[in-house]
Design a binder for this molecule. Structure first.
Ligand code: FAD
Length: 396
């Protein structure tokens, strides 16, 4: 007699997932789906993975590292970043407003939150996939589905057939446009310039995340592995035609004139050729991510402003949950809807909170800024820290 377990095994090995987009979300999903027994191909339109400077850095919080631990990759990822032990908020007048005991949270969760270069993340993820799973330089141009499966079309004219299609193709997602309509992302009203630098300064330590806030601007810096520090300058700016690509220190120096060190030292130490600028967009939360055999993941589903440092962390959570959902062995379409049910509300919360923090950061009026400082002083070490701890404990 054929056992139920054998039938699940046959169903999954026969299941082919097409993942459009090989960013952090698409690659994590590929690993999770492979581990769940599916046959997976990732189609990525870029020819090369991220470059050290232009990719910048990010924080992978405890929830993301816990997600990677589910996939057996926590140690590898922690090894390429800098473990954080403290997070600190300071006013542009140099007053310490609040801090979070990140070291204590590292103990609680059994993993360390890390600062890491985007360029260091991709190799850890691709090393966990067999050769041929990720196809670089392949651009999806459209897709269709029927009761038998999905067919994706690619530039150059070839097609691929599968059982499910995952749109992990970022904020300007083609898959999202097909499923939810072609609405433009929402401009947040500020730009972010960033640099990666090896700078020696007594205030630049190897384990501290610091955020300075002033009228209409913030400045953040943290270690990202080795001797490198990543800094980002966030400041009120009009939306431009180029969406902010390019970047130079000339725009930043007047904004941060008179701010406490090491702001000036980090800017001075960074070569102008490795300063990059992005205008910041997100997408308002929606109630569904796909139909039938198609769903979304990562920024394609829930692009958020970077104020909570959760965009990639949520993409990693998505991948792990999608793997569990599809790996459970039931109907594929129901498995996609079950994944969305677990993810839509949670990610919408991060989109909305991140948007709100970004809006407060745009305040310029000195009185309003003094009130904001007070709020940070009171709320961050109490309510916000409690919320953070709860959010980091997401049950996979
Ligand atoms: C300045 C900044 C700072 C940030 N800091 C943090 C942080 O500290 N912590 C954090 O967790 N998150 C952070 N984020 C957010 C994080 O970078 C994103 O949420 C995350 O990278 C999204 O990953 P993704 O795989 O969903 O999308 P993407 O990284 O956008 O990947 C999508 C991929 O799809 C490919 N693609 C697109 N269209 C097609 C197509 N038609 N065919 C084939 N391939 C296609 C693209 O080339 C791309 O490689 C930050 C974001 C910004 C802008």
């Amino acid at each position: 007699m054929v056992s139920a377990r054998y039938l699940v095994y046959v169903r999954l090995t026969a299941t082919k997932a097409l993942i459009i987009g090989g960013g952090i979300g698409g690659l994590t999903a590929a690993i999770a789906l492979r581990q769940a027994g599916l046959d997976v191909t990732v189609f990525e339109r870029r020819q090369e993975l991220e470059e050290v400077h232009s990719g910048g850095g990010m924080v992978l919080w405890h929830n993301a590292i816990r997600g990677l631990r589910e996939l057996g990759l926590a140690k590898q990822m922690q090894a390429v970043g800098s473990p954080l032990q403290e997070m600190e908020w300071i006013s542009s007048a140099g007053r310490r407003l609040a801090s979070w005991p990140v070291a204590e949270m590292n103990e609680t969760f059994g993993v360390a939150a890390i600062g890491v270069l985007r360029a260091s993340i991709h190799p850890v993820l691709t090393a966990a996939l067999d050769d041929g799973v990720v196809q670089m330089g392949v651009e999806c141009t459209g897709f269709s589905q029927d009761s038998n499966g999905v067919t994706a079309q690619f530039a150059g004219g070839h097609e691929e057939h599968g059982d499910v299609l995952i749109g992990a193709d970022g904020i300007y997602s083609l898959v999202r446009a097909d499923q939810l309509g072609n609405e433009a992302p929402r401009y947040a009203g500020y730009a972010l310039s960033f640099g990666v630098v090896e700078a020696q300064h007594e205030l630049v330590t190897r384990n501290r995340f610091r955020e300075l806030g002033g009228p209409g601007a913030r400045f953040i810096y943290f270690p990202v592995g080795g001797e490198r520090t990543y800094w980002s300058a966030i400041y009120v700016a009009e939306e431009s035609e180029t969406k902010g690509y390019g970047g130079s220190k000339a725009e930043l120096l007047p904004i941060y004139d008179g701010w406490p060190e090491p702001v000036g030292a980090l800017l001075q130490a960074t070569d102008d050729s490795v300063v990059f600028r992005r205008e910041i967009f997100d997408r308002k939360p929606v109630k569904r991510w796909g139909e039938g055999r198609v769903t979304l993941l990562g920024d394609a589903a829930h692009a958020m402003t970077p104020n909570l440092g959760q965009g990639a962390c949520q993409a990693i959570e998505d991948g792990v949950v999608l793997g569990k959902s599809l790996g459970a062995g039931g109907d594929l379409v129901e498995a996609l809807r079950a994944y969305e049910k677990r993810r839509i509300k949670r990610t919408a919360g991060f989109v909305n909170r991140s948007w709100m923090i970004g809006s407060l950061g745009r305040w310029k009026n000195p009185v309003a800024c003094a009130v904001r400082d007070q709020i940070q002083r009171i709320v961050f070490p109490t309510v916000a820290l409690r919320e953070q701890k709860k959010a980091m404990a997401y049950p996979f």
